[in-house]
Write a protein of this length. Sequence first.
Lengths: 576, 351
Amino acid sequence: MSDISVNDQLEGIISDFEALKRSFEVEEVDQTPNSSVSSRRGPTPPLRSTPTSGHRYQDLGSRFADPTSKQAEAPNAKSPKSSVKRIEITGPRHPEPVSRRAEISIDLSSKQVDGASHGVPKIGLKRAELLGHKPPEMVPRRTEVSGTKLQEIASRRLETTGSKFAESIPRRTESSGPSLSEISPKKVEIQTPKHQETPVKPVENSISPHINYQQKQEVQLERAVTETKVKIQNSAENSSIKPSIMSESSRDATVKQSMQNEKPEFENFGYVGIDSILEQMRRKAMKQGFEFNIMVVGQSGLGKSTLINTLFKSKVSRKSVEGTDERIPQTVEMKSISHDVEEKGVRMKLTVIDTPGFGDQINNENCWQPITEFINDQYETYLKEELTVNRKKRIQDTRVHCCIYFIAPTGHSLRPLDIEFMRRLSKVVNIVPVIAKADTLTLEERAIFKEKIRNDLQEHDIDVYPQRQFDEDAEDQLINDKIREMVPFAVVGSNLEYQVNGRRILGRKTKWGTIEVENMSHCEFAYLRDLLIRTHMQNLKDVTSSIHYEAYRVQRLSEGNEFSNGIAEKDMNSNM
Amino acid sequence: MSTEKAKFPDVTGYVGFANLPNQVHRKSVKKGFEFTLMVVGESGLGKSTLINSLFLTDLYPERYVPGAAEKIERTVQIEASTVEIEERGVKLRLTVVDTPGYGDAINSQDCFRPIIQYIDNQFERYLHDESGLNRRHIVDNRVHCCFYFISPFGHGLKPLDVEFMKTIHSKVNIVPVIAKADTLTLRERERLKRRILDEITEHGIRIYQLPDADSDEDEEFKEQTMILKASVPFAVIGSNQLIEVKGKKIRGRLYPWGVVEVENPEHNDFLKLRTMLVTHMQDLQEVTQDLHYENFRSERLKRVGRDVEDETVDKDKILLQKEAELRRMQEMIAQMQAQMRMKPADNGDGH
């Protein structure tokens, strides 16, 4: 793609979205509760309030002026605005490539549903990565921008990022429901690439297209959701401007110029404001908060509680609440514990359902029954709520969204109990199998074991999450295939921190070495966390509500019909 | 004279019966030793690897590990493999009895039956041989020691572990072993050991107790015994892979975060287990003979005795019955005789 063509296309698209972006920016400024965010906008609030091209460029200028401050703000992020990642590609790039780079991660962190405290350090990491990868990717990225669709960019990102499936997930959000609640969790994705070299960070932002066009220099990876999907694709070039693009100062400069020239003309027509619905939805979702119900199943001692605590970086497991009662109960009990967690203004009601006693007895027949009953009970409750005449505006969702099944690391194959359980439950709930206490397997053993497990699952027709049949389109399939190759994840959990190379990390310290929980070369905990929280959380909920719950509902309602028909017939017969 | 006779000769010289142990030694070396070791535990705990590591042999050259589907159908099997090991002229005939399928099934209620049956069969056979006429070459296939593998992933003993050990502690020496000990940090290991010991005493399970060192043994041996006793249950790691560490090739497991050495006493108790087994092999055999076998024998014979009593009771009954029959027959005969005497009288009168 030549620069010239890129420019032409960009100009056309930019003009359409400049106004949009401006309007979003105004909103952003108004809504950002975070002081940091506002401070970031600080230098330009007055500018923002008036959507004029001139101001915009002033914004740019100010942005360029203090990239570092922006970066600092980024982590705190604007809550209302979906992760707006501003990667500014400005003229005076060379003098301070570092600082500019830093900005790339700006908004990503804001969206991360991560431990609140971890926002900043993550960003730092990302920056480092970006920096590291800057030179090789700059040029190709630039070309990407011109005319390639967002998907293409995403796929390229996939290539560069290796197995980072998260990249294309924001795409998925575009295609999947427009629920704004998706946006927040999706923003988590931004974090995932951090581990990888890609500087491209998918930034979900309902306003992204606008912002992009407005400032070509700013590389903002913003994903518009549904409504703006088309726009995004058209303006893919803009939004796909990756940080790497930053290096191309000259082009940016010219584009900027053209943008500047064109802006005033197109400001007033063409923009209706439909995409502002995303912002409204987002605001609503933020106010309402999210719910997530996760169930952990496995024999006692496999590290379930520790893993949950590690996943959510807080003491949310049953053990932490009830105390360490390590006796094995006689029957399978269902213990459900709820916590309200909050991160960067995003509130979530997290419920962890524990199943002590599963698989621990001598005779484990039917030990899955209490669990199946529990899951069906949750569906039943929801169904009843749905069917009442005066139903609540927002039904409390206690349905189990995800069930993590812990496999003992024997190294041989799945056990009969594992197969029985997963076979029955994969039909009613999303199962994510994990290999527990994976520090007992060497890497070769791990690979062999995983292969065996996958074969066993296939042999018994067990479809674990992400289910192949529910892949919506090719991109989904691509991302999910990558996940399916890694399933089951070999995880190690830990509540203890140790000092390694000057950093404090979670891990297990033994005489022969320290196992780092978040180190990808040690175990796959980071992948599991990204899957569950940062990229697929909303998808888990969607599959539960639109597929598993619907199947239950259909079955129940048809049962109900049969029953009533039967009675009617009987009456008829008796009458006759 | 009588006083002289009464005087015992002075024992100034060396008589030579101190040589007896050497003679025994030579004889036993020639005869060779026999030892049967049983390994019990859930599949995937590293039993085969540990056995191979312990004896530095490959007892399972072409091991077939069944898939999950097959495991569903399987019951517990007993597989005995024998190897003859020789070291410095001393021959050892080692039999390892494996129990694949133990604890695999969803319902493991019946999984100890085949094992108990096997042990009893071996005792039975020995008893039979012992009671036979030719007692020269009795092959001792009795199980001398049972390594019970406890999973390191739990919080202590599982219900299955407890049930099994309670059933078997009166038949065989149980040595509990914590498998795959590289899963545990040092603290976790100590905690697990303590918990297991507590649970063992709580349920009244009798595991094999290492005998205290005699007071005349040297200090080093005494100390070694003390350390061994304190380390039960042994937390072991098995491996037959050679890894290069600091220029030396040692057996271990290579992880991305470090290398676990099998023979490093700081990493695990493998060396202690091996020492225990080797220095106490004789003792294990003795305890099997004196305690478990004798228990079995007395139970067995008591049972036989009860059968004999039942028979004599029957005999009495039969006697009574026979006597009653006899009396009846005698009465019948008497009647017939009386009838016959009366008939000729009638005939005689008719003339």
